[in-house]
Design a protein around this ligand. Structure first.
Ligand code: AMP
Length: 268
């Protein structure tokens, strides 16, 4: 690639498309760290379970491409499934970070993180960026990719972008559009219970079990079906101990048929 030959730096921002202001914030961040930005759009079949929303995942490439141009992104990498997975979904070589892939979301989405790390390693090899940017919105994904890059000695720096939210606190997500009007009005409660836990932690409450149990009950009483609410060590994602200071509070919950995830980083 000409840019690399000229010694100019490249930042890659991988996405699954249906771009919103959260994605665009990562493109802006990329501009601060590299001369050229490459965005990728690939709806990754390996990271969807058999009953998940792969087929109905919103594909809006024309609108996405216009948003990327407006954001100053010079190159869009749009690989096909056949290009990235020439031997199909099961006969590919996999890349997995076992220590971070089976807990939290991994418990409810078997194979999800293996699918993510496999495809991200391919994207990194195809584009060979100096910097790759992912959102903190998907905290466990960020942890898996950080460890994959370290363990495989990949020559790419990883940066995490802060989560962009609606004014009522709901984290922007391509899946928010699946919510009914009633559920959309309820959805900010997920972030509110995480904030409540953070406030209690900051005030010195270390009864992690009680804090998450209260949040779980609050969500259930408002029509959510929580999958987990956990207080973990921010990098290892091991359950937090009372001596730990660098924490993340993570949650996943269904609201109707829509699965929402969110998290808050909490340094004590
Ligand atoms: P996706 O298209 O959902 O795979 O997301 C592509 C990238 O955007 C991932 O690194 C996500 O973590 C990130 N992202 C998704 N939602 C947000 C948000 N609300 N704020 C910032 N980054 C986000």
């Amino acid at each position: 690639m000409q840019w690399r030959a000229a010694g100019e730096s490249i930042a890659l921002v991988p996405t699954m498309g249906n771009l919103h202001a959260g994605h665009i914030s990562l493109m802006q961040m990329a501009k601060q760290h590299a001369t050229h930005i490459v965005a990728s759009i690939f709806v990754n079949p390996l990271q969807f379970g058999p009953t998940e929303d792969f087929a109905r995942y919103p594909r809006t490439e024309t609108a996405d491409s216009e948003k990327l141009t407006a954001a100053g992104v010079e190159a869009l990498f749009l690989p096909s499934v056949d290009e990235l997975l020439p031997h199909g979904l099961t006969d590919t070589t996999f890349v997995e970070v076992p220590a971070l892939s089976y807990q939290l979301c991994g418990q409810f989405r078997p194979g999800h993180f293996r699918g993510v790390t496999t495809i991200v390693s391919k994207l990194l090899n195809c584009v060979q960026p100096n910097v790759v940017i992912f959102g903190e919105k998907d905290w466990q994904q960020l942890c898996c990719i950080r460890t994959m890059i370290q363990d495989l000695h990949l020559p790419t720096e990883l940066l995490g972008g802060t989560t962009i939210r609606e004014t009522d606190g709901l984290a922007l997500s391509s899946r928010n559009q699946y919510l009914s009007a009633t559920d959309r009005a309820r959805a900010p409660l997920l972030y509110q219970v995480l904030q409540q836990i953070k406030s209690c932690l900051k005030a010195g409450d270390r009864c992690y079990h009680d804090l998450t149990a209260t949040a779980d009950a609050t969500l259930k009483s408002s029509g959510f079906e929580p999958q987990y609410i956990s207080i973990c060590q921010a990098e290892t994602l091991l359950p937090a101990d009372t001596a730990d200071h660098d924490l993340v509070i993570l949650a996943a919950a269904y609201l109707g048929t829509t699965r929402l995830i969110d998290n808050i980083h909490c340094i004590l």
